[in-house]
Design a protein around this ligand. Sequence first.
Ligand code: GDP
Ligand code: IMO
Ligand code: MG
Length: 420
Amino acid sequence: MNIDILLGLQWGDEGKGKVVDALSPSYDVVARFQGGPNAGHSLEFNNVKHVLHLIPSGIFHPEKLNIIGNGVVLDPAVFKNEIEHLGPSLEELVKRLVVSTRANLILPTHRILDAAYENHKGNLKIGSTLKGIGPAYTDKASRNGLRVGDILQKNFMELYEEHKAAHLSILKNYNYEFNIKEFEAGWFEGIELLKKFRIENTEYLVNKLASGGKKIIAEGAQGTMLDLDFGSYPFVTSSNTISAGACTGLGISPRLVGEVFGIFKAYCTRVGSGPFPTELSNETGQMLRKTGCEYGATTGRPRRCGWLDIPSLRYAIMINGVTKLFMMKADVLSGFKTVKICTSYKIEGRRQNEILFDNKATIEPEYTEMEGWSEVISGIREYRSLPATLRRYIEFIENQTGVPVKLVSVGPDRNATIFR
Ligand code: GDP
Ligand code: IMO
Ligand code: MG
């Protein structure tokens, strides 16, 4: 039971990067299991903020091993850009990072296809990050993908040209202009850089490390409500963001999994299209966006904001088997006279506690209103020093979900963390 999983319970951007970085000292290995450069994981220390897209969030800790698992889709151009801006030398990073042979590649044409599909959807667009995620996972599932291990084959260029040609013929059906050369240069430089890293069958590595007693944390991307099966389909991403995704995305048995840490914001945000029952299209929503700096770490888009949603949190806890809850951005709620929590939904006047299949239904959230807190809490490091009204808010969530809140985050810095 040496593998713990940390994943988002909402619509992504819960603060996974910050927490994985903060927990890294207790682990030997940090492994990403799904998603790709659609993710933007922020972490902050020594007053510098870093945003990671493909690289696991343990990369700033010298003695830790980071793994990009088989479930990830990797864009070499993004990889190169990220590696070059991290800070530590290439020699050092090569020691800290291993990439799976089986991770599928995002090709330049996947990004173009992503944009062409979204463009074609018009008003029904997903709000994709346009990083090529959907088309890359589509090729994986239809057994047409190229994988990281293929870059080491002699005929890689031939394979690449075949895949590119297949994509270009699809693109002929779309009225979408593009310039592939613009993407290809950086992509091939990325391939060369990738070859400098250890490319391995990481399923063996992970299992060997786990059986040798090393502690591993599996880092999720996106969030449960964006999961391909259980999110608000089709307004979802193209991978399984849930705990089961860690097993397929790293090649581990569920029997090796210990804790499942479920991370959520003290309120909710969503970026991109799709249902969001507690969304606040008013001044309160704007205040949450402003105080919480709720702008996408990957695309810079403003995030939609709303109150905490217990029915969706319960759903996410059930699907993932969450053992411990981590509550993020508690500091952002400081200053509200009262705070609200949605405890159930009403649809056409009838109470409904399940997450619906039909994502077009008009949901009326039923709220419990609680007294807020005005204190600035970013400097607090002990649970008992938090304002009593905030502690009541947290304990209310524990009662509603039946899962203990074991970590409370009060600021973006790795130290602004309260362990309980
Ligand atoms: P991720 O995708 O789950 O890693 O989350 P993001 O990095 O996309 O978004 C979380 C944002 O909130 C980032 O800008 C973090 O720096 C910031 N953040 C994380 N935890 C806290 C917190 O407790 N308080 C505040 N104010 N900001 C936080
Ligand atoms: P992290 O890991 C928030 C959203 C997009 C869009 C939908 C599909 O930082 O939490 P895609 O690019 O996958 O085709 O987009 O999913 N989305 C995210 N939203 N955080 C993310 O990642 C996201 N990754 C994708 O906005 O609605
Ligand atoms: Mg993010």
